[in-house]
Design a protein around this ligand. Structure first.
Ligand code: NAD
Length: 435
C-alpha cells in the first residue's frame, strides 16, 4: 500500500510525439482514414468524441485502516454496432485522454472483426503492485459499485487489460450481480468477459490475444510467402499478450525468440530464449530481470535485428527516435497504439510492413465475444472450437484489410481503419440520426 493517499486531482494527460495527448494521436489516425475515404463532415463530427465520459471518485479502506479516495474512468466511445466493449486498466499512467484513445480503438477493433459490439475502456490511475490482494479486491468492488448501471451485460461489458486479470473480472461480476441481481432475479455473468473458467469464462480466453497476434503473423507470412520456421522475433512486454504470442510462435511455428524487454530490463540471445521457461520466470519474479540470458541495455533492445518485432507493452513505445534504427520485416502490434504516426511514416518509407493494433490484437475481444455468447446461450465450447473460430474470424479480418489496402492504394493501418469505419458509417446511414 502506498504511504500517501492517492490524489483525486485530474490525472495529467501525457504528451506523445507530435500530439498533446494519446487521444489526439488516435484521432489523427481516424482523420487520415476519413480523408482517404472522403468521409462526410457530419460522420466525422459524430465520431470525433466519445458518447459518454464517466469519471467516478470513490473511497476505499486500506489494510492499515486509512482511507484513500481514488478516481476511476469509463469512456464509452460508440455503440452503434452493439454494447460498449473494452478493458479495464490499472496503471500509474492512466488518464482520461488515454482511456478515450483506447475506447476509440475498441470501436474500430470490434467493427473490423465484425462483432456486435461498440467501443469502451476504463481504468484507475494506480500501481496495482503497491496494493495487497485484499485492497485490490476492495478497490475493484467499490469501483464497480460506483459505475453502477453505467455497465451492464447488454449495455457495457468490461474485460481485463494492463494490470488487471481474470480475478479482477470475477470481483467485478460478483459485485454487479450482488448489486442488481437480487432485485431483478438475474445472474448476468456476461456483464464482464475474461473471467475464470469456474466463473463462466471461456476456454482459450487467457491465450486469445497472443494467439490472435500469431494468427495475423501467420496470415502475413502466407501473403508474403515467408517461412516462419526458424524466423527470428523480439517481444516488448512479457505479460499476457507478449508471453502467449512468444510461446505459440515458438512451439507451434518453430520461430525463435532472440530478444525481450519489459519494465524490469532487457535480454538478448541470438541462440534463442526459451519463451516457456521465461514465462514461468516472469510469473514468479514479476519481470524478465534475473532470467539466465545475456542482459542488454533497454534501448539496445530496439536495435536487435529480427524478422518480426512484437510490441506488447504500452502505447507510444515506437517513436521516430527508435524507428530510425529498427530493422525487421514486419511489426505485429500486440499492444494498443505502440507506434506513433511519425514512426509509422518512417516504416512506410523504409518498406517495413505493419500489422496494426486494431487487427493484430483483436483476438482478445473476439474470444470475449465467444465468452459473452456462451454465457447468453448457457453453452460451454471446447478449446479446439474456440481456436478454430478465432483463426477463421481474425484471418477473415486480415484478408478484408489486405483487399482494402489494394483498393485504396494505402498502407495496412489506414486500410484497417477504413474497413472499420465503413461498417460503422453504413450503420449510421441505415439508422439515421434520432429523432
Ligand atoms: P500485462 O499487464 O499482462 O503486461 C504488460 C507488460 O508490459 C508487462 O510485461 C510489463 O512489464 C510491460 N511493461 C509495462 N511498462 C513497460 C515499460 N515502460 N517498458 C517496457 N515494458 C513495460 O498487459 P497485457 O494484457 O499483456 O497488455 C499489453 C498490451 O496489450 C496493452 O497495450 C493492452 O492494451 C494490449 N491488449 C491487451 C489485451 C488483453 O486481452 N490482455 C487485448 C488487446 C490488447
Amino acid at each position: 500500500m502506498p504511504n500517501a493517499p492517492a490524489s483525486t486531482a485530474t490525472a495529467t494527460p501525457i504528451a506523445v510525439e507530435g500530439f498533446e495527448n494519446l487521444y489526439l494521436m488516435a484521432a489523427s489516425q481516424f482523420v487520415r482514414a476519413a480523408d482517404t475515404m472522403k468521409l462526410p463532415a457530419d460522420m466525422r463530427t459524430i465520431l470525433a468524441q466519445p458518447k459518454n465520459e464517466i469519471v467516478v471518485n470513490f473511497p476505499v479502506k486500506m489494510d492499515d485502516g486509512t482511507m484513500h479516495l481514488l478516481k476511476g474512468y469509463r469512456i464509452q466511445h460508440n455503440n452503434i454496432l452493439g454494447c460498449y466493449k473494452g478493458g479495464i486498466r490499472y496503471h500509474p499512467q492512466v488518464n482520461q485522454d488515454e482511456v478515450k484513445a483506447l475506447a476509440s480503438w475498441m470501436t474500430w477493433k470490434c467493427s473490423l472483426a465484425g462483432l456486435p459490439f461498440g467501443g469502451g475502456k476504463g481504468g484507475i490511475q494506480i500501481d496495482p503492485s503497491k496494493y495487497s490482494q485484499a485492497e485490490l479486491e476492495r478497490i475493484t468492488r467499490r469501483f464497480t459499485h460506483s459505475l453502477g448501471s453505467n455497465i451492464g451485460p447488454d449495455f457495457d461489458v468490461p474485460a481485463p487489460d494492463v494490470g488487471t486479470n481474470s480475478q479482477t473480472m470475477v470481483w467485478m461480476m460478483d459485485t454487479y450481480i450482488n448489486t442488481f441481481g437480487v432485485a431483478h432475479k438475474n445472474v448476468s455473468r456476461h456483464v464482464v468477459t475474461g473471467k475464470s473458467l469456474a466463473a463462466g469464462g471461456s476456454e482459450g480466453r487467457d491465450e486469445a490475444t497472443g494467439r490472435g497476434v500469431v494468427y495475423t503473423i501467420v496470415a502475413w507470412a502466407a501473403e508474403k510467402k515467408f517461412d516462419l520456421n526458424g524466423a527470428t522475433f523480439t517481444v516488448q512486454g512479457f505479460g499476457n499478450v507478449g508471453s502467449f504470442a512468444a510461446k505459440i510462435l515458438q512451439s507451434e511455428y518453430g520461430a525463435k525468440l532472440i530478444a525481450v524487454q519489459d519494465h524490469t530490463g532487457a535480454l538478448a540471445d541470438p541462440k534463442g530464449i526459451d519463451a516457456e521457461a521465461l514465462a514461468k520466470h516472469v510469473t514468479e519474479k514479476k519481470g524478465v530481470a534475473g532470467y539466465a540470458a545475456p542482459v542488454i541495455d533497454r534501448e539496445a533492445f530496439w536495435k536487435v535485428k529480427a524478422d518480426i518485432i512484437i510490441p506488447a507493452a504500452l502505447e507510444a513505445q515506437i517513436t521516430s527516435k527508435n524507428a530510425a534504427y529498427i530493422d525487421c520485416k514486419v511489426i505485429a502490434e500486440g499492444a494498443n497504439g505502440p507506434t506513433t504516426p511519425a514512426a509509422d511514416k518512417i516504416f512506410i518509407d523504409k518498406g517495413i510492413d505493419m500489422i496494426p493494433d486494431i487487427l493484430c490484437n483483436s483476438g482478445g475481444v473476439i474470444v470475449s465475444f465467444f465468452e459473452w455468447t456462451q454465457n447468453r446461450r448457457g453453452e460451454s465450447w471446447y478449446l479446439d472450437e474456440v481456436r478454430a473460430k478465432l483463426k477463421r474470424r481474425i484471418t477473415d479480418a486480415y484478408d478484408r484489410v489486405a483487399a482494402a489496402k489494394v483498393k485504396h492504394k494505402t498502407d495496412r493501418r489506414n486500410a484497417a481503419m477504413i474497413t472499420a469505419i465503413e461498417r460503422v458509417v453504413t450503420s449510421y446511414k441505415e439508422r439515421g440520426i434520432f429523432p
